[in-house]
Design a protein around this ligand. Sequence first.
Ligand code: URA
Length: 236
Amino acid sequence: MRLDKFLSESTGFSRKEIKGMIKTGEVKVNGAAALRPELKVGESDAVELRGREVRYKKYVYLVLNKPAGYVSAAEDKRYPCVTELIGEEYAHYGAFPAGRLDIDTEGLLILTNDGAFAHAVTSPKKQVFKRYFARLDKPAEEEDKAAFSSGMEFKDFTAMPAKLEICADPHEVFIEIAEGKYHQVKRMAERVGKRVTYLKRVAVGSLTLPEGSVPGDIFEFEKERICEKIGIARDI
Ligand code: URA
């Protein structure tokens, strides 16, 4: 790949800005100043911009601990968007949420600019389980478990068998679902006569938020690692 393209895609500087930096000797390849934007570079070359190593990255895989109050979208007229929480370092990738959490839901939300990956995460066919912690207005009952595990018929979709775990305080539950339909957890809880008063997504497959993370935190993952955690093929 051309040096200017490599640096522009990896850093967010425009091709014009990169060309300027190449001209002024701010770019090095394998330790020597590189003065031609068309120089071809590959994975084995060490590229430096202003003294910092740059590794090529077309796609980015971010895991956000979503705070309540943000919509899972890249643009909204009324509410702040989760994409506003992406730091400057990643801003130029144009990452968007892979799936949705309601405005009042907290927790694990993946943001990426890799469309095929986003599709695999959200496709019900891939059976990627999403695990939620919920607080209910009434205590969950043992018989609710069967209602969840036998699947539920809604007018717009049929929820696949889901799992309900009741905590020591039965107002608190963990719910695992295979899809991610609109208000799915809230609607499933409603079906057994309970209202969700707090909802947090705690896992997608075996991907969890790092211990101690707080709403607003964002973490970058390598594709291989995130695919492995979620249980999807890395060559999608
Ligand atoms: N189910 C819901 O009801 N809301 C969410 O945000 C996610 C799953």
